[in-house]
Design a protein around this ligand. Structure first.
Ligand code: ADP
Ligand code: MG
Length: 162
């Protein structure tokens, strides 16, 4: 069992670099949930995640579209933002199961709005404002999630900086 992973993210750049490191250790398949208030830095981290994989285009928040799909090389990444979801049943209409496929990385902001429909993630990430920066805590929720946290503890962020 891996311990939760905690890190202080001093500014936006550090958060993006951490996102890139997370991308480097999570492989082609992962389900990651992101919790934190509006403005906590969830989208910023996910921008770093995609940049780290080599995605050079714009990363915008899918607040109105619910999901933004990306393809980077052979990888499929789906970025969800469920902030505006009124009722978890909307997710059924939306066909969320088409996205949560084993061959993809799914990054979900506001997963709590999906209610009990959504499966357990590999890793839950909690971002909190802390003095002038942010504090992040990652908890593993599956065997793959434990692997991710173990690799994260060994990762050298400077190798993944973009
Ligand atoms: P969320 O998706 O959680 O609502 P965003 O990533 O869209 O949040 O916005 C985070 C905001 O906080 C941005 O304006 C960013 O510049 C600012 N910010 C300040 N410090 C940090 C930090 N350490 N990490 C991430 N964002 C930060
Ligand atoms: Mg956001």
């Amino acid at each position: 069992m891996s311990e939760p992973f905690e890190k202080f993210l001093a500014d936006e750049t550090v958060t993006q670099t951490f996102g890139a490191t997370l991308a480097a250790v999570c492989g082609d398949t992962a389900l990651l949930y992101f919790y934190g208030d509006l403005g906590a830095g969830k989208t910023t981290l996910i921008r770093g995640f995609l940049r780290g994989l080599g995605y050079a285009g714009r990363v915008k928040s899918p607040t109105y579209t619910l999901v933004e799909p990306y393809e980077v090389g052979a990888r499929k990444i789906f970025h969800f933002d469920l902030y505006r979801l009124q009722d978890s049943r909307e997710l059924e209409f939306f066909g969320w199961q088409d996205y949560f496929i084993p061959q993809a990385v799914c990054l979900v902001e506001w997963p709590q709005n999906g209610g009990e429909l959504l499966p357990c993630p590999d890793v839950s990430c909690y971002i909190m404002t802390s003095s002038t920066g942010r504090q992040i805590r990652l908890e593993a929720c599956s065997p793959h999630g434990h692997d991710i946290l173990e690799r994260l503890a060994l990762a050298r962020p400077e190798l993944h900086e973009k």
